[in-house]
Design a protein around this ligand. Structure first.
Ligand SMILES: C[S@@+](CC[C@H](N)C(=O)[O-])C[C@H]1O[C@@H](n2cnc3c(N)ncnc32)[C@H](O)[C@@H]1O
Length: 223
């Protein structure tokens, strides 16, 4: 059964190739090893439009809708799980979108593949909360990730975070603050705030809004 599942995934990954950014996966897996294999994003997209990342893009609803609404940007959906990325690629392919690609990559390795000072915004949508404190290091707003994002972002660029999880939101605020980021435009109820205008819903958000859960939202930029 497991083999069939794997073969099915392999086939779907092959079909997804036009939407997948090829990265060198043979690099040393130790995160503290400083090593780079930068992707030529101008070659990947065929143009030099500014780059925006969604990290932890899941099945890609936000990335696809965001790319459609922002044709002047190139969007990269970053996701560590190949089995959800194939769904995201299928959505992009069905819609024929040309300013969106996906990268199967853990956020901890992004600085190996994306050149410093080249990213114009980062979206963190409903990141896994990792409720146990012993796993806090895996939260995508842990200082170890904020250090990487700071390196990637162009001057003045922002991180946009949305979550339904108050504990993760509190953790993130402390983490942004401790990592010398400026926090702005905070709401504890996105869908009853002025920030809802132009908001693009994610898969998880659609589910939480149906359950009447408030959505927390902030913007943060490196000082
Ligand atoms: C809760 S889901 C949210 C998916 C989507 N953003 C949404 O709002 O519908 C979080 C996603 O982040 C991905 N993720 C978690 N840690 C990651 C990491 N270190 N690097 C890349 N993706 C990660 C998970 O695999 C998962 O697909």
């Amino acid at each position: 059964m497991r083999m069939r599942k794997k073969r099915h995934l392999d086939e779907r990954l092959i079909n997804s190739q036009p939407y997948l950014i090829d990265i060198d996966k043979t690099l040393d897996p130790r995160e503290d090893v400083q090593i780079t294999a930068y992707v030529d994003l101008v070659e990947v997209f065929g143009n030099d439009k500014p780059i925006i990342l969604e990290i932890g893009c899941g099945k890609g609803k936000f990335a696809v809708d965001f790319a459609k609404a922002n044709p002047d940007y190139n969007i990269i959906g970053v996701e560590r799980e190949a089995n959800v990325v194939v769904d995201a690629c299928k959505k992009a392919m069905d819609e024929g979108i040309d300013n969106l690609k996906f990268m199967v990559c853990g956020a901890q390795y992004l600085a190996r593949y994306i050149k410093p000072n080249t990213v114009h915004a980062i979206y963190l949508n409903f990141s896994c909360p990792f409720p146990k404190n012993t796993y806090a290091v895996h939260r995508l707003t842990h200082p170890r990730f904020l250090k990487i994002y700071r390196q990637l972002l162009v001057e003045g660029a922002k991180i946009y975070q949305k979550t339904d999880n108050m504990k993760l939101f509190e953790f993130s605020i402390e983490s942004f603050s401790a990592s010398d980021y400026l926090i702005e435009n905070v709401t504890l109820d996105l869908h009853n705030s002025k920030y809802v205008e132009g908001n693009i819903m994610t898969e998880y958000e659609t589910r939480f809004v149906k359950m009447n859960k408030p959505i927390y939202r902030l913007e943060a930029s490196p000082k």
